[in-house]
Unconditional design. Structure first.
Length: 129
């Protein structure tokens, strides 16, 4: 069975909900979860499920092409640029960076919501600067 390796950057409210949905599928391998807050709900869930966790985004990004999809739910616009710069520097053309809007759409679909899950980071739009 084909599978996808996912890393999650940002494990707060949206990240926690996204992680909860991903853990329900055998074809999704969550290879790491990062948040700057030690007590982020998604980090706690990841620890309980034996997943790699870190407070350092660079530790997560250092997994490089092991990551098929990097779900960026951090809402940190400067970090978005750092992620792109880092992947360019290491010539990582494999990893897809998934935006908050796409993650919210996936959660909304998976949980059969009648409306899109609201954003927590309204300034985080598009591909960033």
């Amino acid at each position: 069975m084909e599978s996808v390796r996912v890393a999650l950057l940002g494990a707060g409210r949206t990240g926690h909900a996204f992680l909860r949905e991903m853990l329900g599928y055998d074809y999704i391998e969550v290879i790491g979860v990062c948040d700057l807050e030690e007590d982020a709900p998604g980090l706690e869930m990841a620890r309980k499920n034996g997943l790699m966790t870190t407070l350092d985004p660079m530790e997560l990004l250092s997994l490089g092409e092991q990551i098929d999809i990097l779900v960026d739910l951090s809402g940190d616009l400067s970090q978005k640029r750092q992620i792109k710069d880092y992947f360019e520097r290491i010539d990582n053309t494999h990893t897809i960076i998934m935006h908050d809007l796409v993650a919210r759409l996936c959660i909304s679909l998976a949980t059969r919501q009648n409306c899109l899950l609201p954003t927590i980071h309204p300034a985080d739009t598009g591909i960033g600067v």
